[in-house]
Every structure is written in structure tokens, then in C-alpha cells.
Design a protein around this ligand. Structure first.
Ligand code: GLY
Length: 349
């Protein structure tokens, strides 16, 4: 782990625009049997964050990585693995997905998720769901059990609950840190802060004192399995203070999530930008044309998207991986069958 002062300096350099992209990338030789990359959202976690914040991110990432490593070692298909890794991230209050989802401006929660199997081009997604503990499970069911690709709103909730997904009340998604983050956003945008969420708090739950926290953005996973197949999954609570009804890039195939036989990619950041530039498709296309995942993602983040728009993880069919962000931080992990187990929050150039 790098020294905290160095991390702070790196974060400052990024904030000042002195470093365009911070990344980790490596091509393992020989090609590993399986490879896993996951992220817990591009953001701007201060380099001098207290240990409990740093440990929270690292522990959440490690737990999810361990889930993926176990399944890949068992020989499970990449599409199963990315779903289960994302479930683990959705169940953590730390990340902006599932349990830890941010608030809409109206004081509620609307979640998006998408999964894609690069071996079949099968894909499923849900948008604006409000009652599902794990939206990525619903996305998987859309892929497996319907002739559609994307279900939204009440129809998506009802389909998934009828198919056996865990149903929760909106209050399940309550966290004090996200509520304060919403009110900070509202104040900064000259809107009155909310006194309470749009729903009743669960019995015994109170709004705890504020601590300055900038919610990260989205979780995702890409994997290459022992059968040579690629898959991607992404899940999010969306943007803090987003309009009621807004849908981001995460459930839009090709924007925030994409996988084919050449490449799998998962994005995190300002969804409108990822949609307008079909960011993850662009990465996969550049890889198909012969670029490394490192170069393809760097091109997309620095030449296509704007500095500070977000981050992307990607993996190709040879197991070459990259995790890059232009926002200063992006909790992430890279693991492979050779024993690699790398976890980080801030990235090196
Ligand atoms: N990238 C997540 C969102 O914009 O909703």
C-alpha cells in the first residue's frame, strides 16, 4: 500500500489535471486460466481519508473479489461470476449500488443494472427499479427468461419479484451518509435540503451526524473464465440527486456495460457522457481492432470522454486487463489464476 501522503499528492495532481488518467494494467504471461477485475465506482475519495473509510472500501472490494475467485476456481462461467461479484458489492452499504444507493432529488432510490455474456451476446438489464435488493439478479432474469433486453420501472420490479428476486422496502436503501450527500448536493444547487427521505425510516434507525463523503459511482465486474468466455456486469444507484425517472448508462448495453468475444468492459461515472459516446462499445471495438485494453480504455477516457467523467475496467480474450479512472479514485481489484490478488483505491500512472 502506498504512503498516504503520496496518495494525497496523486489525488491532488489528478484534481489539478496534471495526470490525465490513473491506471493499473498488466498482461500476465503466460495467459492465466481465468482473470477477474472489479470496481467499486469512480469518485474522489481523499487520499488522507481516515483508516475506517479506507478499510471499508478495501474490505468490500476484497469480499467481492473472494466471491469471484472461488467461483472462477470452480470453473463457473464468467456470466455467473460477474453476477455474483456484483451481488456482493450491492449488499455492501459502502458502494453506490444496491444497499448503498444514492438518493434521487425526490428523496427516494431508483436503481439500474445490466449483465452481458460475451460468448452469446445475451444481455439483460433493469432500469429505475425501486423494490429489488439485488438489481443485477433481475437483469440476469431478463436475459435468461424473457425475449427482451431492458425492463424499466414497475414492470421490472414486478417481473423480478414474481420470478423470485428478494423484495425490499425503499427504506432498506437508507444510509445516513447518502442522505447527507443528497442534501449537500441540493444546497450546492440552491435547492432546499430535505428533512427526511421520501419514505419512513425503519424502526430504530435515525439520521446519524454528517461526515463529508463524496459518494462513489456504480459497481462493476468483468471476467474471463476457464472456458475462454468473457462477461460484464454493472449496477448502480445512479447519480446523487438525479431527477426522479432519470436513467443512466449502466443498463444501456454498449454505454456502461458491454461484452463480446474480444472484450468485456464496465464503466463508472457520468452516465450521460458514457451514453452519448457509447463508451464501453468503443473500448471493445478498439480491442477488436488490435489495441490493448490499456490503450483502448485510455483513449476512451482521455480522448473521447472528458477528464473527470469516470473510469472503466476492461479485459480481453487473452486475459489482459486494465482499470483506469480520471476522477482520482476507483476502488478496484484484479485477480487471476496465477495468484495475483491486487486491491487498490487510488491508481498509479
Ligand atoms: N454511471 C452511473 C450513472 O450515471 O447512473
Amino acid at each position: 500500500m502506498r504512503g498516504r501522503s503520496l496518495r494525497g499528492a496523486l489525488a491532488l495532481l489528478v484534481a489539478c489535471g496534471a495526470i490525465g488518467t490513473m491506471s493499473v494494467a498488466e498482461s500476465a504471461e503466460p495467459k492465466p486460466r481465468w482473470v477477474l477485475v472489479l470496481h467499486g465506482g469512480a469518485g474522489s475519495i481523499p487520499g488522507d481519508s481516515p483508516d475506517d473509510i479506507r478499510n471499508g472500501y478495501e474490505n468490500g472490494i476484497r469480499q467481492a473479489m473472494d466471491v469471484g475467485v472461488r467461483l472462477l476456481e470452480e470453473g463457473r462461467p464468467a456470466v455467473d461470476v460477474v453476477a455474483e461479484v456484483v451481488v456482493s458489492l450491492e449488499d455492501s452499504p459502502i458502494f453506490n449500488a444496491g444497499k448503498g444507493s444514492v438518493f434521487t432529488a425526490a428523496g427516494g432510490h431508483e436503481l439500474d443494472a445490466c449483465i452481458m455474456d460475451g460468448s452469446t451476446m445475451g444481455s439483460g438489464a433493469v432500469a429505475g427499479v425501486k423494490r429489488l435488493k439485488n438489481p443485477i439478479r433481475a437483469a440476469r432474469l431478463v436475459m435468461d427468461n424473457t425475449r427482451h433486453l431492458l425492463l424499466a420501472g414497475d414492470g421490472a420490479d414486478e417481473f423480478a419479484i414474481a420470478a423470485g428476486c428478494d423484495e425490499v422496502d425503499q427504506s432498506y436503501f437508507f444510509t445516513s451518509r447518502r442522505f447527507h450527500a443528497l442534501n449537500r448536493y441540493l444546497r450546492e444547487n440552491n435547492q432546499p435540503p430535505l428533512k427526511s427521505p421520501a419514505y419512513a425510516l425503519p424502526k430504530g434507525v435515525t439520521i446519524e451526524p454528517d461526515f463529508a463523503d463524496k459518494p462513489g459511482n456504480t459497481v462493476g465486474c468483468v471476467a474471463l473464465d476457464v472456458h475462454g468466455n468473457l462477461a460484464a456486469a454493472t449496477s448502480t444507484g445512479g447519480l446523487n440527486g438525479k431527477m426522479y425517472g432519470r436513467v443512466g448508462d449502466t443498463p444501456i448495453v454498449g454505454a456502461g456495460t458491454y461484452a463480446n468475444k474480444f472484450c468485456a468492459a464496465s464503466g463508472t461515472g457520468i452516465g450521460e457522457q458514457f451514453m452519448r459516446h457509447t463508451a464501453c462499445t468503443k473500448v471493445a471495438w478498439l480491442v477488436e481492432q488490435g489495441q490493448s485494453t490499456q490503450d483502448a480504455v485510455e483513449h476512451c477516457l482521455t480522448k473521447v470522454l472528458n477528464p473527470g467523467d469516470g473510469g472503466i475496467i476492461a479485459i480481453d480474450a487473452n486475459g489482459r486487463v486494465t482499470a483506469q479512472s480520471t476522477t482520482g479514485s476507483m476502488p478496484h481489484a484484479i485477480a487471476d489464476s496465477s495468484g495475483r490478488r491486487d486491491i487498490g483505491i487510488w491508481m498509479e500512472k
